[in-house]
Design a protein. Structure first.
Length: 387
């Protein structure tokens, strides 16, 4: 995953180099980038490698897959109404309505299933010829208990659930770091101190999982901008929520957006981007780092030391159940760990390679979307970090 992330950042660097060719500058090459588009493409390819064992950019119908997802997640009012009606009534009933959105949904879903069926059959041939890997497709084929159609449905679920949500989170993280350059600089220093650069490290995943600020930035982004702002659950039996009786069959909307921004849970600064809430206070065990930092500064040396405590899972809330982005329990997000690992790699690679600012007005960046909540559009000015 780290190698793939570096490759996509290198491709972005080449684009920046082309944009700035011939321009005189005392700083590194700069360029204007639609970061939402880049996030969509890069997360799709990372997911493709993990699920299919191949870079979707190398697949002949990769553009078709991207276009289908763009259409299905179109943030139009019509598509939003279509999904809401499907949730509150019946998907089959809504599909029967003489509505152009229903036709678009059916046609694109059919196209996507046809593509995944071809990928499933290709994966089965690869496994039979001894070329299967450890990707999800190969593992599904090796069970020998699923038909090609069933494998295709699993692939559809994995990619649909993971790709768009992760690309949305990455876009919002870039937006927040553009608004908070001090946090962006501190994160870059943390990554540099951990030798997270263009080099390939065997245990890169373990190292990044322990970096306090990197995980703080990601968790705080997911708290403020949960890709799925609400979800629906149906009571399977008569129950209570507090003192409110909930009859069996009742549909309940859970607003992750509202809970994640509640001042009752997170305090008066609930809507403030504060990654340090996900970092435990400094303890005696890392006081030595503070002493070294003071010695460096006293001697007039610039210190790169950013001593912090360890990452935590609550963000300062009383319980980890107050953090609702991935939900909890048996119906919680099964892709949580993968999504966080993917975000660490892509954001880490991006921060070590570039520094960026907004190339548009912040007030024009609005949350929009039919299912996931992504930036309306997001243009950044990227500058390559000098080695």
């Amino acid at each position: 995953m780290w190698k793939s992330s570096l490759a996509y950042v290198e491709a972005l660097d080449e684009e920046i180099q082309r944009q700035s060719a011939g321009a005189a500058s005392d700083s590194g090459p700069t360029g204007r980038v639609d970061i939402c588009r880049w996030a969509t493409s890069s997360t799709l390819n990372v997911m493709g490698t993990a699920i299919f064992g191949m870079n979707l950019g190398d697949v002949k119908y990769a553009d078709d897959i991207k276009q289908v997802y763009k259409t299905l997640f179109d943030p139009s009012k019509e598509m939003l109404l279509y999904y809401l009606m499907s949730i509150w009534t019946s998907f089959d009933l809504v599909s029967m309505l003489p509505w152009d959105v229903s036709r678009i949904f059916r046609e694109n879903s059919k196209k996507l299933r046809a593509i995944y069926l071809q990928l499933a059959q290709k994966g089965k041939r690869a496994v039979k010829s001894g070329n299967g890997g450890t990707d999800i497709l190969s593992l599904l084929v090796k069970t020998e208990s699923l038909s090609d159609e069933e494998i295709a449905e699993h692939l559809l679920t994995y990619l649909a659930a993971g790709q768009d949500t992760t690309s949305v989170a990455l876009s919002w993280a870039c937006f927040l770091l553009a608004l908070h350059p001090d946090q962006q600089d501190a994160l870059r220093i943390e990554l540099q101190n951990a030798s997270i650069d263009k080099s390939t490290i065997d245990n890169i995943g373990d190292i990044m999982e322990r970096l306090p600020l990197l995980n703080g930035v990601i968790n705080e982004t997911l708290r403020l901008y949960p890709p799925l702002p609400a979800t629906v659950r149906t009571a399977v039996c008569d129950t209570f929520v507090g003192e409110q009786p909930i009859p069996k069959g009742t549909q309940i909307i859970i607003s992750t957006w509202a809970i994640n921004r509640s001042t009752e849970v997170w305090g008066e600064d609930a809507t403030v981007f504060r990654p340090e809430r996900w970092i435990d206070p400094i303890t005696a065990e890392n006081q030595a780092d503070l002493a070294h930092k003071a010695d460096d500064e006293g001697a007039g040396r610039k210190s790169k030391s950013t001593p912090t405590g360890k990452p935590n899972n609550t963000g300062g809330a009383k319980s980890n159940y107050d953090y609702m982005t991935f939900l909890h329990g048996p119906r919680g997000c099964i892709g949580k760990m993968f999504a966080q690992a993917e975000l660490r790699c892509l954001l880490g690679a991006l921060v070590t390679r570039f520094k960026w600012t907004l190339d548009m007005k912040a007030k024009d960046v609005r949350p929009v979307g039919a299912i996931t909540i992504n930036p309306s559009y997001l243009y950044l000015k990227l500058e390559a970090v000098k080695d």
